[in-house]
Design a protein around this ligand. Structure first.
Ligand SMILES: C[S@@+](CC[C@H](N)C(=O)[O-])C[C@H]1O[C@@H](n2cnc3c(N)ncnc32)[C@H](O)[C@@H]1O
Length: 221
């Protein structure tokens, strides 16, 4: 069933960096502080400097690029062929695999970090729970999952945000918020806790939060 948004990303790949860095249009509040958000993920990664880190849904490789610069050994996962091609062109040294949150190489074990930006909402809540349980198997004890993504503080906030987006005439963004699987902090908190992690959330802009989850126990998948 996964992934399901290939045509969107195949078309978007060529001008993705321009959109997020220069012309976000209706998405300006979603991508506000984009570079700072990616840099914060790297800062929060309290792991050995040459540690192994997987970046899932790497897109054009922006987060992977920051991680390489910080000295981490990075393995990137990306379902879109067009995105992989651009990431590889930008970062020839990047180890990049075709895959997604639920299907990535089994051999990527005992990693120190699993990171992602602007991508986890492509999974339904049920798929998110499966993915998080699987992350536990791939991480060393004390390893971290650090994701930045749009998350709703709660359901009341979700309603208000959808109403506000509609009132401002951002119909493309509204369609996206309704079509994809943006969830709430409580759902994610429960999923990470049940899968052997302690987790904290930090708001980065009106839409995006960083969730920083540390593996504190082994959990059978
Ligand atoms: C909005 S882009 C984010 C790219 C990059 N991480 C960034 O921060 O700029 C979302 C990326 O997630 C990828 N994607 C879509 N469905 C996915 C899935 N099920 N698992 C992993 N990645 C997925 C898309 O192909 C796309 O490259």
């Amino acid at each position: 069933m996964m992934p399901r948004f290939e045509t969107i990303f195949a078309k978007w790949a060529a001008n993705y960096d321009d959109t997020v860095l220069k012309n976000p249009g209706e998405y300006h509040e979603v991508f506000e502080g984009y570079t700072r958000i990616l840099a914060t993920i790297v800062e929060k990664l309290k792991q050995p400097k040459k540690g192994k880190v997987i970046d899932i849904g790497t897109g054009t490789g922006n987060l992977a690029g920051f991680l390489i610069k910080a000295g981490f050994q990075v393995m990137a996962i990306e379902p879109s062929k067009e995105m992989r091609k651009i990431a590889k062109r930008k970062f020839p040294e990047l180890e990049i695999y075709e895959g997604d949150f639920l299907n990535f190489p089994e051999k990527l074990r005992k990693v120190h970090g699993i990171v992602s930006s602007y991508a986890f909402h492509h999974l339904t809540d049920e798929e998110k729970a499966d993915a998080i349980r699987n992350f536990n198997q791939h991480l060393v004890m004390g390893g971290q999952v650090i994701f930045a993504d749009t998350v709703y503080e709660n359901l009341k906030f979700k309603e208000e945000l959808l109403r506000d987006t509609k009132a401002r005439g951002y119909m493309g963004l509204l369609k996206d918020l309704k079509r994809e699987y943006y969830t709430t902090i409580d759902v994610l908190k429960n999923q990470f806790t049940a899968a052997g992690f302690e987790v904290e959330f930090t708001r980065m802009n009106k839409f995006v939060w960083i969730m920083d989850a540390k593996k504190i126990k082994e959990v059978e998948n």
